[in-house]
Design a protein around this ligand. Sequence first.
Ligand SMILES: Cc1cc2nc3c(=O)[nH]c(=O)nc-3n(C[C@H](O)[C@H](O)[C@H](O)COP(=O)(O)OP(=O)(O)OC[C@H]3O[C@@H](n4cnc5c(N)ncnc54)[C@H](O)[C@@H]3O)c2cc1C
Length: 386
Amino acid sequence: MPEHFDAIVVGAGPAGSTAARELAAAGARVLLLDREHFPRYKACGGGIPRRTARVLPFPLDPVVEDEVSLLDIAWRGRCRFVRDSGEPFAAMVMRDRFDALLLDYAQRAGAEFRQGSPVRTLEAAPAGVSVTTEGGFSAGAQFLIAADGAHSPVGKMAGLGAGLAECAAYEVEVRAPAHRVRANRATAFIELGFRPWGYAWVFPKAEVLSVGIVLPPDQAGTMKQQVSAYLQRLGLGGAPVDISRGHKIRFRRGAERIADDRVLLAGDAAGLADEFTQEGIFYAIESGRIAARAVLRALAGQAPLFAYQRDIDRELMPELRAARLIAHMFYGMLGRFPGPWLLATRALPYLWDAFFAVQRGESTYAREVHRVPILPAMAQRRLAQT
Ligand SMILES: Cc1cc2nc3c(=O)[nH]c(=O)nc-3n(C[C@H](O)[C@H](O)[C@H](O)COP(=O)(O)OP(=O)(O)OC[C@H]3O[C@@H](n4cnc5c(N)ncnc54)[C@H](O)[C@@H]3O)c2cc1C
């Protein structure tokens, strides 16, 4: 007989490890499965907005490689200017160490972890769910959380997450000369000027510079070449690259189904990433918490599991919708009037100050959108045209 759990969580990224930790800490019997062996590399800039620390009950210090308070913005190498947040607005991590820390806390709370275990089949019945991994291990549970990332094979098996939008991102870990790594400390570099939207970045880490790009999905094929050109512009064309990898990011824009009676999706699997910055770690952790709460409620017979979708609609979607409006307004103006628009955001620092406040957890996109009453109307008009 396969072992039986209260909940199975597939995927030990930020969403899955958070859900598993919260469930185990509340006394549930939890199995956490991941196809990889940990610590594992994840293509990611590793920029963790400061507000993330506020929703985790343990310090991130052991894995923080740098903290950034400066934002260096340029348009294709021109119109360059720097904004200062006054205090750190984001921590910089390498995802192998960050995810291993979150996993460690899930295991300490009592979650059972099986690595190197790709889930290959899922059966959901009125009485519960069961999974089989490559290698033939099987287990059953009352409920399943699919936190298996943007491709979400398990979400697809459950028939959830159809119709989510997506974009493409690519990351290279550059072993830049030590003086360049030092010179980049405390600064996040953002390069604009990609059409119709997108940006490239350089994020400082202890030993490397994480350089990447995010673009609409139809430009995925150009990402490698665009990052090479960016590295050339940075004078890092010849620097050795430790690792380079692309991955997609998904966005939930409407009422796409992310839960049923037995299975729910969390993090990237549910498309919970922000369309202004394309960040997803904060929302992965938040949705992991909300998912654990929904499973505990369902285990206690207080509400059906699919009520999770309503929770996400109420607690996360207003913020993600506001981020989308800001993205449309920002990239719309940048596309039409790049120089004047950047000069305007430099002269009237409202936009960047608001961005810093959101990153630090002192404001939200939703609040900032409503502080500029013309913004929703402008962005809505643009959204209606796309
Ligand atoms: C290039 C790039 C740069 C990014 N930069 C940033 C950034 O700087 N800041 C930020 O906030 N966000 C960033 N993001 C987004 C961020 O990486 C994601 O939003 C975040 O990782 C989502 O976490 P998650 O737990 O939902 O999924 P993931 O972190 O993707 O974890 C999913 C896990 O599921 C496992 N899995 C998948 N399939 C199976 C299976 N069949 N069986 C078992 N396990 C399985 C995987 O091995 C993985 O460990 C970036 C994304 C990309 C692609």
